[in-house]
Design a binder for this molecule. Structure first.
Ligand SMILES: NC(=O)c1ccc[n+]([C@@H]2O[C@H](COP(=O)([O-])OP(=O)(O)OC[C@H]3O[C@@H](n4cnc5c(N)ncnc54)[C@H](OP(=O)(O)O)[C@@H]3O)[C@@H](O)[C@H]2O)c1
Length: 354
């Protein structure tokens, strides 16, 4: 259900994490559509660069807020009709050398994740105006492997990664996975106990153009086979857990968030993924053949790959609700490389097709 121009002008949404990749684009999308936006940043100085890219500034208010500061979101959320809770800690790993790793993880990852989500939802509750919260979740909370470590043919919203498996395996990026799992679980628990309307957008790897002054981490991860960055271990871990890489264009993920905010029938969790691609197909067919980029060769799981029917990451629930994606995989990759070149991504040895 799309709002008309007048309804949009009368609607105020809050976006947390407005300095980030998704948050900054979501602010732009909402302003362009006529909404009033309350954007939160933990460092207001970061808005300087973005302000020139956010048209419709007269409908934008900025608030300083930190997930770890009690009551920090009260002012930003006051008077809002809905909140897009996008902000999250983006730490991927911690050193395994801590003397007491378990208590370190509890104090530095689990407790802050829970505190952050309670803090935002607490402000929403106090506001009495917020009707729905959209929580930005991650595909990292799901797995394509069943309890017997066999590949599923379809990954849907029910295929949750067990927390004890994350703690046991500590695969690359496990701290991030743990933090997203814990915060989403807490968000639904908190909302249910208080009768709040919360919907989660389970986001696959987001790519395409960006507004931020540095290359967003999801693009760094996606382009790591070319750049050789250590983030390649994360891409590889995702591919191992999912059998492929799920992708969604930045514009589509923002539109999916808005769609879920305004569709009265939306409830629970929704995977946002236009399609999924095998990492080696991405490297060899797209990066290497299409764009002549030099890529790393990774053959460690070649045998498994050959026998693998790539599990499908299903966005059926979202599509059935009426959401339509605008950008396919080819366009996402083209626009990602294009945006990175314009940004002078240093190690990109490329040729863009005319
Ligand atoms: N991009 C993807 O491919 C992808 C995929 C799945 C899920 N997601 C989810 O999408 C959301 C946004 O990700 P992104 O790619 O846009 O990452 P990003 O560019 O790193 O943005 C993260 C945002 O969260 C803010 N933040 C971090 N810790 C905070 C704190 N303690 N208090 C307040 N704000 C805090 C950051 O603020 P600072 O600028 O001050 O650090 C930043 O604005 C996250 O929830 C992430 O889990 C992203």
């Amino acid at each position: 259900m799309e709002l008309n121009g007048e309804e949009r002008r009368a609607t105020t949404y809050c976006v947390t994490g407005a300095s980030g990749y998704i948050g900054s684009w979501l602010v732009k999308s909402l302003l362009e559509r006529g909404y009033t936006v309350h954007a939160t940043l933990r460092d207001l100085a970061k808005s300087q660069y973005l302000k020139s890219k956010w048209r419709g500034n007269e409908r934008l208010r900025l608030f300083r807020a930190d997930l770890q500061d009690e009551g920090s979101f009260d002012d930003a959320v006051k008077g809002c009709d809905g909140v897009f809770h996008v902000a999250a800690s983006m730490e991927f790993d911690i050193s395994p050398d801590h003397a007491n790793l378990d208590s370190y993880v509890q104090n530095k990852v689990v407790d802050p994740a829970i505190k952050g989500v309670r803090n935002v939802l607490g402000s929403c509750l106090k506001s009495k105006s917020v009707k729905r919260v959209i929580f930005t979740s991650s595909i990292s909370t799901l797995t394509a492997k069943d309890e017997n470590e066999r590949w599923r043919s379809i990954v849907d919203e029910t295929c949750k990664t067990p927390i004890d498996h994350v703690l046991k395996t500590k695969a690359s990026g496990w701290v991030y996975v743990l933090s997203k799992l814990v915060s989403e679980e807490e968000a639904f628990r908190y909302a249910k106990e208080r009768g709040m309307d919360l919907v989660s957008a389970i986001t696959t790897t987001v790519s395409g153009p960006f507004l931020t002054p540095s290359l967003p981490s999801s693009l760094q991860v996606l382009l790591s086979p070319i750049s050789g960055a250590c983030l390649f271990a994360i891409l590889s871990a995702v591919n191992k857990r999912m059998g492929s890489i799920g992708l969604v264009h930045i514009e589509d993920i923002c539109m999916a968030h808005l769609f879920l905010m305004e569709e009265p029938k939306a409830e629970g969790q929704y995977i946002c993924c236009v399609d999924n691609i095998d990492m080696h197909e991405l490297m060899l067919n797209h990066f290497s053949k299409e764009y002549l980029c030099k890529v790393h060769k990774v053959d460690d799981d070649l045998e498994e790959r050959q026998s693998l029917m790539k599990p499908k990451i299903s966005s059926k629930k979202l599509r059935d609700l009426g959401f339509e994606y605008k950008y396919g995989i080819d366009e996402i990759i083209y626009q990602t490389i294009d945006a990175s070149i314009n940004f002078r991504f240093p190690t990109l040895d490329h040729r863009l097709k005319q």
